[in-house]
Design a protein around this ligand. Sequence first.
Ligand SMILES: *Cc1c(COP(=O)(O)O)cnc(C)c1O
Length: 388
Amino acid sequence: MNNTPSLITDVISAIRSVVGEGTFALHEPSFSVLEQKYLIDCLNSGYVSSVGAYVDKFERLIAEYTGVRHVIATVNGTSALHLALLGVGVSKQDEVLMPSLTFAATANAVIYCGAYPIFVDSSPLNFNIDLIILEEWLKTNTTLEDSHLININSGRRIKAIIPMHTFGHSCEMDLLLQIAKKYHLEVVEDAAEGLGSFYKERHVGSIGIVGVLSFNGNKIITTGGGGAILTNDDLLAKKIRHLSTTARIKHPWEVAHDQVGFNYRMPNLNAALGCAQIERLEDFRVAKRKLNDAYTMAFKNIDSIRIYCEPSNCSSNYWLQSMILSEQVLDKKELLLKETNALGISTRPLWKLMHKLKHFSNYQKTSMDGAELLEKSVINIPSSPHLL
Ligand SMILES: *Cc1c(COP(=O)(O)O)cnc(C)c1O
């Protein structure tokens, strides 16, 4: 059994045994001459804005890697989520199921549509939306009317569910799709953290009707800021692409629009950076999986803490590595965060759960035992691809 000072020093030396001396960010991008080359080429082309060869190429490369028919690159992951939700028909007064354990963007995008989030518990087994609690809640709180799912508490239609693949660990998608089918829910995958993650050979974000990725500076690859919508549905892709380009009607010179649209297209300059980064994605993925092995070994001798490892069916990109504190050391979490950050080893607790944020506290929710346990027991540790 560890006492406090030795637990802290054991954790610090376990991390140091993997990453070495020095200071470490939670997640840093990695750039090479390739990124410089494409960026300079893009500048020289004169096409830096939302039309250009790099945008087309980036969309093609993402489509090839994830195995989907259509990719629409956007200015960030949040805008991609917004368009994906509008695309499947989420509208004013609808409700959308999502985990409470997520980044705020998931809930924000629902609210941009004039819809209401319903926060669902997460499973400590994979950090993702708890499918048992989800189905129990659906059984007792909803009814089907003309193939619309109606929430009997609010009288509103529940239109969609957003599974989020936390830290790149995939949801149990087969079961989730079964539940979604039974209850007539559209599945919009928030795979913002999941580029390079697979569920049974299928890339995350390609399994529901539509999925989104993020290429923010802290994600596995970056375009500075950026996102993408993935879908195999031709009509949905067409609709979303149109909305993303201010709903402008195609014409060689006339400028006219047929509805309220959005200026959400990814600029060519960002896509140039993305084209270089995606060439390096497989290296990053391999490095981050090795980092998980190394941390797992290094923490073997600390009984009260373990490193999260993927369950079967999931091949994770390990976007962020997690250590999980066991019951008897939960009270050491704050001290662990304080001491590691003081040494320049960046560590971070989970996001504050959505249902606990003041501006989201009035929305409906399920029981939250799993998410609240995760909030108390998980700490992210340095996860950059170049650490080993
Ligand atoms: C990063 C992220 C997003 C989107 O973020 P952007 O910064 O808008 O690209 C959405 N959901 C989750 C879970 C994320 O981690």
